[in-house]
Design a protein. Structure first.
Length: 211
C-alpha cells in the first residue's frame, strides 16, 4: 500500500525517508533508546539507511508493517509503528528523542495511530493491538496505560536483546476499549513492582520494538 500521513494541530506522522537518515542516526545514539529497544548497538549510519530503505519501505509496500516518523515543526523527533500480525492484530512500538519528552508528543502520536488503525475506513480496521516492553520500562508502560492499554503479563526471560535475555511486559487494547486509563497505576492485580516515585510523563520514551 502507499504510505499514509497522519496529523493533528501539532504533529505530523509520515514515513521516514532517506533525507531522515542522519537524524535517525543521531537520535539512536542515545543510551536510553539503545537500552529499551532492539536497535543495533552501536548504531551506525548504515543501520539507519537499512531501516529506511529496507524495513520501512518493504513494510508499507507489502501492507505488513507501518512505520511513521514523528515530526514537530518539520523536525523528526521520534518513531512509531505497527507490525501486523494474523487475524486483525498488530504490535505497536515507539521511541522519542530526549529533548521533546514531557510535551505530550507521544500521547498524541499513539492516539493518531490508534484512530487510523482501529477507526479509519481506509485503515486496516484492526481488532486488537499489542504492546510489549522490556521490564522494567515504566516510561513505555505509562505511555501505553494513558491511552487505555490493559497490562496482561510479565513474562520472565521471554525476549532476546542482542544476545541478552530480558523479561517481557505485555498489554493489549481492543478496538472498542475506552482509550483512557481504566485501571489504577500500575494495573491492579498484575504482579509487577511498584513504579519508582520519579516516573513522570516527561520520561515517556521508547518501547522494545526497533521502530
Amino acid at each position: 500500500m502507499d504510505t499514509v500521513t497522519l496529523a493533528d494541530d501539532r504533529l505530523v506522522l509520515s514515513a521516514p525517508t532517506e533525507s531522515d537518515v542522519d537524524t535517525i542516526t543521531a537520535l539512536c545514539q542515545e543510551p536510553v533508546i539503545q537500552e529499551w529497544t532492539t536497535v543495533p548497538s552501536p548504531y551506525t549510519r548504515s543501520d539507519a539507511e537499512g531501516f529506511v530503505t529496507g524495513m520501512v519501505a518493504a513494510g508499507w509496500a507489502q501492507d505488513k508493517d507501518y512505520t511513521w516518523g514523528i515530526r514537530v515543526d518539520g523536525r523528526l523527533v521520534g518513531m512509531i509503528g505497527l507490525a501486523r500480525q494474523p487475524e486483525g492484530s498488530a504490535e505497536i512500538g515507539y521511541w522519542l528523542g530526549a529533548d521533546v519528552r514531557g510535551q505530550g508528543i507521544m500521547d498524541r502520536a499513539i492516539r493518531l495511530v490508534l484512530a487510523w488503525a482501529f477507526d479509519d475506513a481506509d485503515g486496516p480496521r484492526l481488532e486488537r493491538i499489542e504492546w510489549h516492553a522490556f521490564a522494567p520500562n515504566w516510561a513505555s508502560w505509562r505511555a501505553a496505560w494513558r491511552v487505555g492499554f490493559r497490562f496482561e503479563a510479565a513474562v520472565r526471560g521471554a525476549v532476546l536483546q542482542r544476545g541478552r535475555r530480558r523479561d517481557d511486559w505485555a498489554g493489549t487494547l481492543l478496538r472498542d476499549d475506552v482509550r483512557e486509563p481504566v485501571l489504577p497505576w500500575p494495573a491492579t492485580g498484575v504482579v509487577v513492582p511498584d513504579p519508582p516515585p520519579d516516573v513522570r510523563a516527561r520520561d515517556a520514551g521508547s518501547a522494545r520494538m526497533a521502530r
